[in-house]
Write a protein that binds this ligand. Structure first.
Ligand code: SF4
Length: 65
């Protein structure tokens, strides 16, 4: 099983240290980069990026708390 790291902290599947706890996720292309450039940073240290709805994430498994 893949390890998925995610910064959408208001998702029911989000876990400590930016781990996703969902069994499966669906990711689709999007333009929601918000100016973030996470390459080279530790996934544990990325800033939270809570989202109001699926269209603001690239993960269509997102379920808001
Ligand atoms: S938004 Fe997607 S990747 Fe992030 S915690 Fe939720 S289900 Fe997992």
């Amino acid at each position: 099983m893949a390890t998925i790291r995610c910064t959408v902290t208001n998702c029911v599947y989000w876990g400590d240290r930016n781990y996703c706890t969902a069994a499966n996720i669906l990711v689709m292309a999007g333009d929601v980069q918000r100016g973030l450039q996470p390459r080279g940073e530790s996934a544990e240290k990325l800033e939270p990026t809570p989202s109001a709805e699926k269209s603001e994430t690239m993960c269509y498994t997102f379920e808001p708390l």
